[in-house]
Design a protein around this ligand. Structure first.
Ligand code: ADP
Length: 456
């Protein structure tokens, strides 16, 4: 709107101002040169008498819209082309003639009564002294008409331009508002929990870029929401299984009359086992939630050699009970950047699985060594193995190769390997699974090596 006003003002002033100046300048040049020409013809006489001037003026062509007055050096009019209000014999005391009598040219021009009225006065010089003045008055209705029709044209033109600008502004604003409304609607839908909204905006402007980014964000939110729902559903399912077990066992105890102490103990042992399982799941869920929140403990140099050795010593009794031989070959001084607890969880989950998913009489080999810039941990067993198709899936939350294993009491919750992977990635490492040369499974973890001596 502001732009329209500025254009309106400019169109109605500048071209008119330029045109007016052009006309006035041309007029000044013409009138001054006409007056100067008359003055030069009159300067040939020694004195300006009415007769002499009349004679000389006979050779000049005076325009219809012009009036010429000649005065002598005392400003007394000696000649006037106007017959109606002739000034002859009167003193012409005007600024025009006063200036001319000082030896200078004079010119003024103004609009009055539908005409461009111009006055020009020049001195009649004879040898450096002023003999008299030539005064020309012209009323030019033609030029005034041109200027006023230009003024009207400019007014219409500027009105047209302003109307066009206002219309254009309305159309553009409407289009922009419509696009913004689409964006706003999608944002509100997302706010209300309907993720995966996409805005179909055409074009190549900033708004299209924003809508593309929005669509990308919306798809990610949808994906995160789906993961969250699946996680909550899986978590509740996992928690429900041991809870149903406990309920079943307690109901059995309550409904059996005269239960003997040995049977009651048996039931209690089973209930305690289910509670242990619940506790393990809850602990692992807590660890995963912490890892997901990104609220990780500060990383520091950790001796992997020491952590692996300590963890294996703790797991030895479990291996013995399962009749699994647990062997290890550890290179000293394997340092990584990580956190002690996380490193312990990595080793204990991998070795515990290798013991758990094994057969009595089987073995688990743990190797730790440095190679180039890495510390490599291998956990190799000759146990029941993992089908090739499940290699990638075992790192998914709650994924178990055989769900029946969990119910048989052998398996866990399917949260161990996801925790391991999260820790490994947060230490900047990688983890992979492959078949063991001995028929079981081999997990390989590579950590960036920390050089303790150079303290880098
Ligand atoms: P869980 O608590 O069930 O052990 P994990 O995430 O640690 O969960 O392991 C996921 C699944 O991968 C297990 O249920 C098991 O079927 C399989 N698995 C993991 N380690 C081994 C292994 N060393 N040998 C065979 N199967 C394994």
């Amino acid at each position: 709107m502001g732009l329209a006003v500025v254009i309106f003002i400019i169109l109605n002033t500048y071209p008119l101002f330029v045109m007016h100046n052009l006309i006035v300048n041309t007029k000044r040049d013409r009138l001054i040169s006409s007056a100067s020409f008359i003055a030069s013809t009159l300067s040939m006489s020694e004195s300006l008498t009415a007769d002499k001037v009349k004679l000389v003026m006979g050779i000049h062509n005076i325009g219809e819209n012009q009036r010429v007055v000649i005065t002598n050096r005392a400003a007394l009019s000696v000649y006037d082309t106007s017959k109606i209000d002739s000034t002859v014999g009167k003193y012409l005391i005007l600024p025009d003639t006063a200036t001319a009598l000082k030896g200078l040219n004079f010119f003024t021009s103004k609009y009055d009564d539908g005409a461009l009225k111009s006055n020009a006065a020049v001195p009649i010089m004879i040898r450096d002294s002023v003999l008299g003045t030539v005064y020309i008055h012209e009323a030019d209705a033609e030029q005034a008409r041109i200027l006023s029709s230009l003024r009207v044209s400019m007014l219409w033109l500027s009105l047209f331009v302003c109307a066009f600008l206002v219309m254009l502004n309305l159309i553009l604003t409407r289009a922009l508002t419509q696009r913004l409304n689409k964006l706003l609607k999608a944002i509100r839908n997302i706010r209300d929990g309907s993720y995966g909204q996409s805005i179909p905006l055409d074009g190549h402007d900033e708004l299209t870029t924003i809508s593309d980014e929005f669509n990308e964000m919306s798809n990610r939110l949808k994906h995160v929401e789906e993961l969250r729902r699946a996680f909550v559903a899986d978590a509740s399912h996992e928690l429900r299984t041991p809870l149903s077990g406990i309920k079943l066992l307690t109901d059995s105890v309550l409904q059996t009359n005269d239960i003997d102490i040995a049977t009651a103990r048996e039931f209690m042992r089973d209930i305690a086992a289910e509670i242990d399982r619940l506790t393990r799941i809850a602990e692992k869920l807590l660890i995963l939630t912490k890892l997901d929140s990104g609220n990780l403990p500060g990383l520091e140099p950790v001796s992997l050699s020491e952590t692996v050795l300590n963890t294996i010593n703790l797991l030895k009794p479990i291996a013995e009970e399962a009749k699994i031989e647990l062997r290890c070959e550890l290179e000293e001084d394997c340092w990584i950047i990580g956190d002690r607890d996380g490193a312990r969880q990595i080793v204990s989950n991998l070795v515990d699985n290798a013991i758990k998913y094994n057969n009595p009489g089987g073995f688990v080999n743990v190797f730790l060594f440095k190679r180039e810039d890495n510390c490599i941990l291998l956990v190799d067993d000759n146990g029941i193995g993992i089908p090739k198709k499940d290699y990638e899936r075992v790192f998914e939350r709650f994924y178990r190769v055989d769900k029946a294993r969990a119910r048989s009491g052998k398996g866990g919750s399917g949260l161990g390997l996801p925790i391991v992977k999260k820790h490994v990635l947060s230490f900047g490492g990688t983890i992979s699974v492959e078949p063991s040369a001995h028929g079981g499974t081999r997990f390989k973890v590579e950590f960036p090596k920390y050089d303790k001596n150079s303290d880098k």
